[in-house]
Design a protein around this ligand. Structure first.
Ligand code: FNR
Length: 398
């Protein structure tokens, strides 16, 4: 069982190491998808063209700040900054996992504080599929979200020495979706955390009652990489403390020392498991969006079912990546790593400036690609480099 101090330390590690590894992001699958630009677009640049609604609430742009953190003092401070920018620029904002409130009820106050700073934009709360319904109820009553995100993160759990090893999550998703629909009538978003979605899992999640899939594909923040960095740090600090302890133990070896020794050895064994090769285990955001398109087209041909809504996210670096998600049918586009990096490096004003620039540039792209409105995005033609084309041939057309 993970104690509160370890949980808080892990959140702090994730923020620090996400920022450290952010600096290494470069090429990703968005670069292998190319849009066809009309030479005669017959449009003009207008930021109003970005205005849309998310779950019935007006927003100024289709991109949003996606789930990152919450539950510690530092996390609350970051969420307050993100929420303030979301409110000022009228974009949606998601909290990081709030399941922590089930273990530490005092953590709720930080989420409430940030929510108060973003009262009029769509806010999403985020939980894991095992979160008890009374915790979900408290979160919904106190934070009145526009939607509930349920995060799905098998790779992340596996690479964390203290992570879950039981990936039976459908029942939890079904339980949460049913209660949330019945009692509060708000939509449920199932999201990955940077490893993407395959077609069968999307179908399964929809059967469990999920309304929206946020693909959160690979190409940006990579938790296998973050956990490798975290283990390397833990190993070097544990090696240093073992050296100090063994000097003392050599003199005084009691039964309790022996059991502490074996616990420490078990920890070290777990920490030394090398999963670095899982860093490439994700489906990219473009691949995941192609999967979502496929699922959406199946649902259209099945007249009994409603329209399937999906969000693009994972590795979005700039407005052209946002545009590519929209072209692939995403209704909204989530951005985490870039937002975190900008707020940590340049503060609230710096992040607000970035959001303004993105709106301006995205409005430019909408006009450049001949779109009168966001709804025209799916008419923009594109072509794919051989690796993505091969993915399409082998997975989608098989
Ligand atoms: C995350 N992410 C995340 N997702 C989630 O659903 N619940 C969470 O609590 C967190 N926590 C978290 C912490 C930190 C520090 C980061 C950077 C990210 C994952 C996030 O929402 C997103 O899916 C991935 O980061 C991929 O998007 P980017 O970062 O490549 O834009």
């Amino acid at each position: 069982m993970l104690n509160n101090a370890l949980r808080a330390q892990r959140k702090e590690d994730h923020l620090r190491l996400a920022e450290q590894s952010f600096r290494q992001h470069r090429h990703n699958d968005f670069d292998t998808m190319h849009l066809v630009r009309p030479t005669l677009p017959e449009t003009c640049v207008d930021e109003q063209s970005l205005a849309t609604t998310l779950f019935g609430i007006p927003v100024a742009a289709p991109f949003f700040i996606n789930a990152m953190t919450g539950g510690t003092e530092h996390a609350t401070q970051i969420n307050a900054q993100l929420a303030a920018v979301a409110e000022r620029e009228r974009i949606a904002f998601a909290f990081g996992s709030a399941s922590i409130v089930g273990h530490e009820s005092e953590a709720l106050a930080g989420f409430v504080h940030a929510r108060e700073l973003a009262p009029s934009v769509p806010v999403f709360i985020n939980v894991n599929p095992a979160t008890p319904l009374d915790v979900v109820r408290t979160l919904i009553q106190e934070l009145y979200p526009a939607a509930l995100q349920v995060h799905i993160n098998a790779v992340q759990e596996l690479v964390m020495p203290e992570g879950d090893r039981d990936f039976h999550w459908s029942e939890g998703i079904e339980r949460i979706s049913a209660a949330v629909h019945e009692q509060w009538n708000i939509p449920v978003i199932a999201k990955e955390v940077g490893f993407g979605w395959d077609i069968a899992s999307m179908r399964r999640a929809l059967e469990c009652g999920v309304d929206v899939i946020d693909v959160a594909g690979s190409g940006g923040t990579n938790f296998a990489q973050i956990e490798r960095l975290r283990r390397a740090e833990q190993q070097s600090s544990s090696a240093a403390s073992s050296a100090a302890v063994s000097a003392v133990d050599a003199e005084n070896h009691t039964a309790s020392n022996i059991s502490a020794d074996s616990e420490r050895e078990a920890d070290e064994r777990a920490m030394s498991v090398d999963f670095s090769w899982l860093e490439d285990a994700g489906l990219s955001t473009v691949q995941s969006l192609l999967n979502a398109q496929q699922v959406a087209s199946e649902l259209v041909s099945d007249s009994a079912s409603h329209e399937f809504m999906y969000f693009g996210s994972g590795g979005v670096r700039h407005p052209l990546d946002v545009m590519k998600c929209l072209v692939l049918g995403a209704q909204a586009v989530g951005v985490s790593g870039v937002m975190l990096h900008t707020v940590l490096e340049y503060g609230t004003d710096g992040l607000q400036e970035l959001v303004r620039i993105w709106k301006h540039q995205l409005a430019g792209l909408v006009a450049l690609y001949g779109m009168g409105s966001l709804q025209d995005a799916q008419h923009v033609q594109y072509w794919l480099d051989p690796s993505l084309e091969s993915y399409q041939r082998q997975i989608l057309h098989s």
